[in-house]
Design a protein around this ligand. Structure first.
Ligand code: B12
Ligand code: SF4
Length: 449
């Protein structure tokens, strides 16, 4: 029996890279595992939660990586290839830059593994591995094998199952990798199949009080409203506590909000991105209207659902006041949690092409493309101002007084959001306590033997 070793490398320089609150399962590799025929022995190693055993034997190694983890992925790939073991890469970064990845691996699966992976394994066995495997159209999401969560049972992840119902997004925002990776049409999985997957999830054991938390990784759970309503109705009986991602447009449909509440929605990540109309229309997210943000938030709160508000700093219309304005807004609006990022031009996005052609990219070290660093020249402030303003925003958003003001009287599950806020606060304090030294000075790469 041949042995396949699947690896998820750590993004060593990310603010939350290996931190407790980012110990989230890697669904991509679980999906690749599910596509692997049973005549393969299989192991998944995720550096976020366990040290990588570089002496682990394997006939074939598969590595996934988002951009901030790809430098580490290349180190690991080089290590295994030096031992004469073939390496296949997949995931976001290698799919965007397969020729770059091929300098470190033998083969790249561009895009979704479904419909390609079994060919890769067969070709490997025949000794005929091709350098690139690629779809001509996006694969159907019907009849996907159900991920086997037992593989992750002993890993020290946070107790949350990831489930996917949809791929793709028509909005094609300039900074985002989703449309250019999964296409501009929503592809929904058959509702019956998603329901069966949810039926199969076993509640977690252990000290965590919430044992049946699911994160729907879809970029927008209301992408197709008819589908979303049917799907939400179907999951009501399973008594889940779930989190998901959506757009401000969710408030246009009371029935969906009601179904979210009834089916156990604890919180929604909403991409507000910016308080500036100019930024929003420029990035392709003109449907976000900052004047309505308070109403949007109030309405979601009225349904007892918490909000993780996502904001990005560094757009061309952002001046040095953006940090304070944004934090003030989040406190006033009583957002249960916030996710702040520095604008990052990921390869394959329109933003990357634009900054590249304008000569504004100042850093090409992928490990710093983690949204906690500045890798481009901002228009209305210096890179240093952007970095330190971002840290200031993180610090003041996670101050005790902000946490208190945001969570006091929340209609959402405070016993979920309070520990989350405190956890982030701890990580951020650790990161900024040495006077905002650049992150990479404090993170140590794990040496490859
Ligand atoms: C859930 C999620 C997270 C979670 C969990 C990530 C994890 N552990 O997997 C958390 C919150 C931790 C996270 C963090 C980040 N994320 Co994120 N995340 C997502 C999200 C919403 C879903 C990922 C997912 O599970 N998809 C479903 C699975 C099935 O798809 P997949 O992983 O791509 O895998 C498929 C294929 O790519 C392929 N494949 C993947 N790996 C491999 C390996 C092999 C060998 C093969 C053959 C095939 C293969 O097969 C799979 C099945 O088809 C995506 C958006 C999206 N729609 O994908 C963003 C996304 C992946 N994240 C992104 C980013 C930027 C980040 C962050 C850097 C910053 C941020 N602002 O969040 C951090 C960095 C984390 C870190 N490592 O430091 C970007 C990536 C861009 C890029 N070029 O890398 C995305 C695309 C979002 C976006 N809007 O652009 N993220
Ligand atoms: S940011 Fe959200 S709405 Fe825009 S393309 Fe990405 S997933 Fe779609």
């Amino acid at each position: 029996m041949k042995k396949l070793l699947l690896i998820s490398p750590l993004a060593t320089k990310s603010l939350l890279g290996g931190d407790f609150y980012f110990r989230l399962p890697t669904l991509g590799l679980l999906k690749v595992a599910a596509l692997t025929p049973p005549d393969w022995e299989l192991k998944i190693s995720d550096e976020k939660v366990e040290p990588l055993d570089l002496n682990e034997s394997a006939d074939l190694v598969g590595i996934t990586a988002m951009t901030p983890a790809v430098s580490r992925a290349y180190q690991i790939a080089d290590h295994y290839r030096a031992k004469g073991i073939k390496v296949v890469m997949g995931g976001m970064h290698a799919s965007k830059l397969p020729q770059e990845a091929l300098k470190h691996c033998d083969s790249v699966v561009v895009g979704e593994a479904e419909g390609l992976w079994t060919n890769v394994l067969e070709d490997f066995k025949k000794g005929e591995l091709k350098s690139i495997y690629k779809h001509t159209t996006f694969p159907s999401l019907a009849n996907l094998p159900i991920p086997n969560w037992n593989i992750y049972r002993d890993k020290k992840y946070l107790p949350v199952h990831f489930v996917e119902t949809t791929r793709g997004c028509p909005h094609d925002c300039e900074f985002c990798s989703v449309t250019n990776s999964f296409g501009g049409k929503f592809r929904n999985r058959p509702v019956d199949e998603v329901e069966r997957e949810i039926q199969n999830l076993k509640p977690f054991d252990g000290r965590f009080t919430l044992k049946n938390v699911v994160f729907f990784v879809d970029d927008n759970i209301i992408s197709n409203k008819t589908y979303a309503k049917e799907f939400l109705r179907r999951i009501i009986p399973y008594n889940l506590k779930w989190l998901g991602q959506t757009s401000v447009n969710i408030v246009k449909d009371d029935e969906i909000l009601d179904l979210c509440r009834k089916s156990g929605c604890m919180g929604l990540l909403i991409g507000f991105e910016s308080l500036s109309h100019d930024n929003l229309s420029r990035m392709g997210k003109g449907f976000n209207k900052p004047d309505n943000y308070f109403d949007v938030i109030k309405k979601v709160h009225d349904y007892g659902i918490g909000i993780n508000g996502s904001f990005v700093f560094g757009f061309d219309h952002d001046d040095e006041g953006v940090f304070e304005r944004t934090v003030e807004f989040t406190i006033k609006a009583k957002l249960e949690i916030g996710y702040f990022s520095i604008l990052t031009p990921y390869p394959g996005t329109m933003l990357y092409d634009q900054f590249n052609s304008e000569g504004r990219i100042i850093d090409r070290d992928w490990s710093r493309y983690n949204t906690n660093n500045v890798v481009f020249k901002p228009k209305c402030m210096s890179p240093e101002k952007l970095l330190y303003g971002y840290y200031d925003a993180l610090k003041s958003f996670h101050s005790y007084s902000s946490i208190y003001k945001r969570l006091w009287g929340t209609t959402a599950k405070w016993n979920f959001f309070l520990p989350m806020n405190l956890g982030f606060r701890q990580t951020i304090k650790k990161t900024v306590k040495h006077g905002f030294a650049p992150l990479e000075n404090r993170s140590k790469d794990i040496a490859i033997a």
